[in-house]
Design a protein around this ligand. Sequence first.
Ligand code: GRF
Length: 199
Amino acid sequence: MTRIGILISGRGSNFEAIADNISAGTIDAEIAVVISNRGEARGLEVARGRGLRAVCIPSKGLDRQIYDRMVVEELRQCGVEVVCLAGFMRLLSAEFIREFPNRILNIHPSLLPAFPGLDAQHQALEHGVKISGCTVHFVDENLDAGPILIQATVPVLDEDTAETLSSRILKEEHRIYSEALRLVISGRYRIEGRRVIRT
Ligand code: GRF
């Protein structure tokens, strides 16, 4: 069974959706560890409540390389093969990424490459797009870049606020993150340039 490590910074609802699917037997994996860079992350509590290994490695004041080394060490000790960033609010160093080549996934609440970075739902609303959505992609050294595994669309409604749009997108996030994880675990894809092609 594939051992996954989940990195969070806050609420952890994407982590919970993945954990639910694992419990339901629809993802052939086990969560080896949940790591947060913030002690107050709600997701840590949830992980502990589920009997999972939940570790806080505070990032405040630490050099990126030193911090990343600590996280990689924890992931290695737990035998992690696939890393899922789920609301982890940090860029990863090149050294971290090299440790898990094409084995780190991220979810972003927009149709990348539109609206990378913070407050993607707000950015989409301000831009006036009529369709937005979410993206699961492999992580490379650039922010919200890397080959795209799966995207899902949602309509942007005239009466939307950042909150209503975010919650519509979040529902799709919870669905496609697990779908992408299943694909990566199955190994039934190849990467050609930026394209992830199912095989
Ligand atoms: C999600 O919107 C995700 O796309 C973004 O951060 C948010 C995390 O939410 N990267 P949660 O912690 O999974 O509830």
